[in-house]
Design a protein around this ligand. Structure first.
Ligand SMILES: *Cc1c(COP(=O)(O)O)cnc(C)c1O
Length: 428
């Protein structure tokens, strides 16, 4: 397949947009080459500026769980747009989507809508700090919670408990309040608590990690965190921006039957429009302005187009009780197919999967945390990525990203993909 016009468009974009993109991973830095430019998308397929059709395994990094241009979402947005696109005044629609989200997700009484997952996570830790009157938070290496300052932290020297900024512009003052721990390592988390007695406001975690490939929590890990939080009067924040309304109607809380204190949403909850949200029991949410002391606001928060899209998406997911099972079955089918062809070609690999999140790592050791995720062979991944692109299959342009399966994918699409991987495997 040719991607000539996309390359030209990228060259034009680079002149006026830093790196040619509005979010770094889109630029193909991890795999080489230049990004494809999308013209339109429908169902399981992307149509690019060169006239190629690609099967999409990213689905806008998750939101398009029912496929692109899903009709109820498109209709809802068009209808709303005719009636005005933003008011900065309350609408009934906000209550409707709030009520529906609360009915679908366990352990939440109130929810506030924002414009991105970043904003949701950023606001959730401010709320946790205000509520507990403590400053420090724990995050896990390899988990991504958006690009707000407190989360752009890497491991410091010695014990991986002391954070240093990993981007210029993040101050050391901010970094010192973010403590790092290793995913799936409860002893490590206990040591961090031990060293910071009565200082930790919250633990924030991707309860199924998806930003270092897909990394499931070990048996008991989430329950152990829950216990540790209860013992220390610390809040447990589940960042379900990726997993919420994807792994189950009620997200990971439902899937693994663990209770979080605050839950963050993004991606699917907006149906493809810019939406984030955070939610908790009333006691915590009532700490927010205008009834509580913790400030949080947004000119476009609860925007009618975004709320209409999100509501149409949640209604579709809420109505069809078989959807999460169907997604799991489709993804399992893909997993089995990929395992078979990679094994037949003697490729060294590990596949992680939870429901409709799946990642292929080119390393034979289990991938359980950031360290093991980094062991994957990036050269093999690059060949794999470009081989698939030539076959008309679009996966994330980075070895650290999960594939997001949409319900628009048919078993024919999956077979086509497995056959393509069979051909690509011979080139690895
Ligand atoms: C995507 C993502 C975010 C950030 O959401 P944005 O809408 O990109 O700001 C936060 N947390 C997780 C787990 C994510 O996957």
């Amino acid at each position: 397949m040719l991607y000539q016009r996309s390359s030209q468009l990228f060259a034009e974009a680079e002149k006026v947009i830093p790196g040619g993109v509005n979010s770094p991973v889109r630029a193909f830095k991890g795999v080489g080459g230049t990004p494809i430019f999308v013209k339109s998308a429908k169902g399981a397929y992307l149509f690019d500026e060169d006239g190629n059709r690609l099967i999409d395994y990213i689905n806008s990094w998750g939101p398009m769980i029912l496929g692109h241009a899903f009709q109820p979402v498109v209709d809802a947005v068009i209808e709303k747009a005719k009636k005005g696109t933003s008011f900065g005044i309350p609408t009934e629609l906000e209550t409707q989507i709030a009520s529906l989200a609360i009915s679908m997700v366990p352990n939440i009484d109130k929810i506030r809508f924002v414009n991105s997952g970043t904003e949701a996570c950023m606001s959730s830790i401010r709320l946790a700090r205000g509520f507990t009157k403590r400053d420090k938070i724990i995050k896990f290496a390899g988990c991504y919670h958006g690009h707000s300052d407190s989360f752009l932290i890497q491991a410091g020297s010695g014990l991986s408990t002391f954070g240093v900024p990993n981007s210029p512009g993040v101050t050391e003052g901010t970094a010192k309040d973010t403590l790092l721990a290793n995913y799936n390592d409860i002893e490590n988390v206990k040591a961090v608590f031990e060293a910071n007695k009565n200082e930790i406001a919250a633990i924030i975690i991707e309860p199924v990690a998806g930003n270092m490939g897909c990394v499931p929590p070990n048996h008991h890990f989430l329950n152990d965190l829950r216990e540790l939080c209860d013992e220390n009067d610390t809040l447990l924040i589940f960042d379900e921006v990726m997993t919420g309304f994807r792994l189950a109607k009620g997200g990971v809380q439902e899937l693994y039957n663990v209770k979080a204190d605050i839950v963050c949403f993004g991606k699917v909850i907006g149906g493809g429009l810019p939406v984030g949200a955070f939610a908790a029991r009333s006691e915590i949410m009532n700490y927010l302005a205008p009834i509580g002391p913790v400030y949080q606001a947004g000119t476009l928060s609860g925007n009618p187009l975004a709320m209409a899209a999100g509501l149409a998406m949640l209604e579709a997911l809420n109505k069809d009780v078989t959807i999460f099972k169907r997604l799991d079955e489709k993804t399992a089918y893909l997993e089995i197919g990929i395992r078979k062809v990679l094994n037949e070609n003697n490729i060294v690999f590990t596949i992680n999967r939870v429901g409709s999140m799946i990642s292929v790592h080119f390393d034979k050791k289990p991938v359980v945390d950031f360290q093991t995720a980094k062991n994957g062979d990036n050269e093999t991944f690059k060949k794999f990525f470009h081989g698939l692109l030539q076959e008309g299959i679009y996966i994330a342009p980075s070895a650290y990203e999960t594939w997001f399966i949409s319900d628009a994918l048919t078993y024919e699409d999956l077979d086509f993909t497995i056959n393509a991987i069979q051909r690509v495997a011979k080139l690895l």
